[in-house]
Unconditional design. Structure first.
Length: 136
């Protein structure tokens, strides 16, 4: 059954077994609270679709996933994605400040909106940060 809150998430429940499929273009995540049922579903899917099992989830859509099975904890972070953004915009050595923008910085409008040679690509930088904030 498709999840009402997110159309890329499908949920199924068969008795005590709960199963989730998260789909993004040609990638998907399978989650199940029963390891045997998970293996069975993977087998059934592989018979119908060409697929490759990449094993336990470590990265997905810019998010790093760490799992501690002993303590039953799941930790998700975006450190790698955010470091890539900082590197892309040559800000990997930037320092945090109390105010969001240094008051001494003079912003300039880029003539045609795409000419990065005349200024900093603010639109792309803000879009990358918005993706991190809203989409993942």
């Amino acid at each position: 059954m498709k999840n009402e809150a997110d159309p890329s998430v499908y949920v199924a429940q068969m008795g005590d077994v709960k199963f989730f499929i998260v789909v993004y273009v040609d990638d998907f995540i399978l989650v199940c609270n029963d390891q045997n049922k998970l293996l069975q579903i993977k087998e059934e899917l592989s018979q119908k679709f060409e697929m490759k099992d990449l094993g336990e989830l470590h990265f997905f859509l810019g998010m790093e996933v760490e799992r501690n099975r002993d303590e039953r904890l799941l930790h998700i972070n975006q450190i790698k994605y955010l470091n890539e953004i900082l590197k892309r915009f040559r800000m990997e050595k930037c320092k945090p400040i109390r105010v969001p923008l240094d008051p001494k910085v003079k912003l300039q409008r880029i003539a045609n909106g795409n000419d990065e040679s005349k200024g900093f690509p603010y639109q792309q930088a803000v879009g990358s940060l918005m993706y991190a904030m809203l989409c993942t």
